[in-house]
Design a protein around this ligand. Structure first.
Ligand code: 5AD
Ligand code: SF4
Length: 439
């Protein structure tokens, strides 16, 4: 039987929130389009972009260049650019790449069905980049088309009001707006019905969840409501801003059965003067106090972080403070970024930029240090038995995840995807563990 559906190919750059938005696009287009993994087969190609660092933008332009011959061969093919770069550049993208048909920001993507209809009616170059202050993520009745059977992400809030001076997010994702708890709970229910067992709640700053709802809700209350209704579900969230990490939220790590022992808490720098210039609104002393509380409440909790090196004005001393911080906290994993100037942000006007060579050197130094610390942290898990949810299995290889978010590789030829098993950890590697099943 020939499908009545056209084919859509989605390419996603950037963060988990973009991954979620891509699923949302597939969901809202599912009346007319089915996903295809092949760009050559597609009637519609959507590129969901990220503008957090400049490199992500370059990737978009080279991809658009590669898609041009495809469009020449197949004039009916439609190309849309969505996400943060689309929001930032808007109509300017059409002059840079006239073979694009639609440009839609993170809020505008919900207008895709309408825009595609308008293109079919003969319109060209449609841009949807208005940012509404009171934007609400619409509720859609068809389920999210998830690809991985066990793990999924659910956006609980959109936008950010923090304006860290390096960050483009508040400009491209707009003001903070939370989804009502009932929308979130019904989306989680639908994912659980599809077999999902591990859910990460997403927001730029989940700690401010619920403040702007007609009936305000605190984030820990949302966690309690989810844990109460889905006690079997592994629950995680990201990202948490250190300035707003409350005692109530910390206590959830000991009181909620489903909440996994894992927190991503971006520190960005170990220097108080850089944190001030970044507008982060906490000091290193306050950060360390929260880490201590977390470890007291939930011994063994996995703590991960983001570090930016080479922020304008970062001296050798400031950088050494970051190095010391890594030694003090001993994160399980860190995500490292070379500062990248983003047009329109406050830091883009700072004149004391750090030379590229120095940024590179500092990045290398941080990576090397963390490679050692990370491995030492992982080695502490050797010879223990850990609860592992199996996410993938092929041939003799199974791959699972601990509650603390460690990836575990297991040599075993069994069909266990979706099951939680006990695993004896034999060896720690960089960023993963090796183990065997325990009967
Ligand atoms: N340059 C480098 N890194 C950045 N990040 C955000 N903006 C920039 C930038 N302009 C990093 C931060 C943030 C992570 C998602 O990306 O560390 O936590
Ligand atoms: Fe960007 Fe800061 Fe908002 Fe995070 S909290 S999205 S770093 S402005």
């Amino acid at each position: 039987m020939i499908s009545r559906h056209k084919k859509c190919h989605i390419i996603t750059f950037g963060c988990q929130m973009n991954e979620y938005d891509s699923l949302r696009m597939a969901q809202i287009l599912s009346d007319t389009y089915r996903l295809t993994p092949f760009a050559e087969d597609a009637d519609l190609i959507l590129i969901n972009t990220c503008s957090i660092r400049e490199k992500a933008e370059h990737k978009l332009y080279s991809l658009l260049g590669r898609l041009r011959p495809l469009k020449q061969k197949k004039p009916g093919l439609k190309i849309g650019v969505t996400g943060c770069v689309a929001q930032q550049l808007g109509k300017r993208l059409f002059s840079r790449a006239p073979h694009i048909d639609i440009v839609a920001g993170p809020q505008g993507l919900y207008g895709l069905p309408r825009a595609l209809k308008a293109i079919e009616d003969g319109k060209t170059h449609i841009a949807m980049t208005r940012l509404e202050d009171k934007f609400q993520i619409p509720q859609v009745s068809v389920p999210l088309p998830i690809r991985r059977p066990t793990r999924a992400f659910v956006t609980i809030m959109q936008g950010c009001d923090n304006f860290c001076t390096y960050c483009i997010v508040p400009f491209v994702r707009g003001r903070e707006m939370s989804r009502p708890p009932q929308d979130i709970l019904s989306e989680i229910r639908s994912l659980v019905e599809q077999g999902v067992k591990d859910i990460t709640l997403l927001g730029q700053n989940v700690n401010s969840y619920g403040k702007n709802l007609p009936e305000p809700v605190e984030f820990p209350d949302l966690l309690r409501a989810i844990d109460d209704r889905f006690p079997e579900l592994r629950l995680r969230f990201t990202t948490s801003h250190p300035k707003d990490l409350s005692d109530d939220l910390i206590s959830c790590f000991s009181s909620l059965q489903g909440l996994c022992e894992h927190l991503h808490l971006p520190v960005q720098s170990g220097s108080n003067s850089i944190l001030r210039r970044m507008n982060r609104k906490y000091t290193i002393e306050q950060y360390l106090e929260k880490v201590e509380k977390l470890r007291k409440t939930c011994p063994g909790i996995t703590i991960t972080t983001d570090i930016i090196v080479g922020f304008p004005g970062e001296t050798d001393k400031d950088f050494q403070d970051t190095i010391s911080l890594l030694e003090i906290v001993r994160f399980d994993q860190i995500f490292t970024f070379k500062y990248s100037e983003r047009p329109g942000t406050a830091a883009a006007t700072f004149t004391d930029s750090v030379p590229e060579e120095v940024r590179k050197e500092r990045l290398q130094q941080v990576i090397e240090l963390q490679n050692r610390i990370g491995l030492e942290q992982y080695r502490r898990l050797e010879n223990s038995v850990m609860e592992c949810l199996i996410e993938k299995g092929q041939g003799m290889k199974l791959q699972g995840r601990t509650r603390g978010n460690h990836v575990v590789n297991i040599i075993e030829n069994k069909q266990l995807v979706g099951q939680t098993v006990n695993v004896f950890i034999e060896k720690a590697c960089h960023h993963s563990l090796k183990g065997r099943l325990v009967n």
